[in-house]
Design a protein around this ligand. Sequence first.
Ligand code: AMP
Length: 172
Amino acid sequence: MDKIKAAIRTIPDFPKPGIQFKDITPLLADGEVFRETIDRLKTRHENHDIDIVVGIEARGFIFASALAYALGAGTCLVRKPGKLPHTAHRQTYDLEYGTDAIEIHADAFRPGQRILLVDDVLATGGTVAAAVALIQNNFEIELVEINFLIELTFLKGRDKIPSLPMYSLVTY
Ligand code: AMP
């Protein structure tokens, strides 16, 4: 796990003053560490019979698709508004100033499918809470677990979704 944490770079004051941005590009550029990252999640879920790994735009796509491939599962995109070509469900959520939204195709899952939700960073939890609402309000599926590469524990994002199992590879 140390190798994974060592490959994550912290950029102070990006994109705004006061934000310690977790830059995962060095991890992605290191074949050995990227593989270890995916392998750790794969090992965790090997016996969970996962049908679809869902990624949240944009960096979540990288981990969701690699993990889906490793597990022999499908993958699915939760996207910013206006990007999905087919009929989609939408969930809006509050930001510090204003609101944002995410969408998912209306035919993304079949009833009873076993789903993993993946993103790169859990910060305040607003994004993942919206993704959970988007999925649970529109589909009869089983959300097996939510995984993050990085969790910023001091922001207590986990408290936004107390009812679901959550696991992060690296915590700060
Ligand atoms: P939040 O909704 O606050 O949990 O923010 C989660 C989303 O914002 C994730 O999809 C991250 O990609 C991004 N994000 C938030 N904070 C950071 C951070 N300190 N470093 C890198 N990405 C972040």
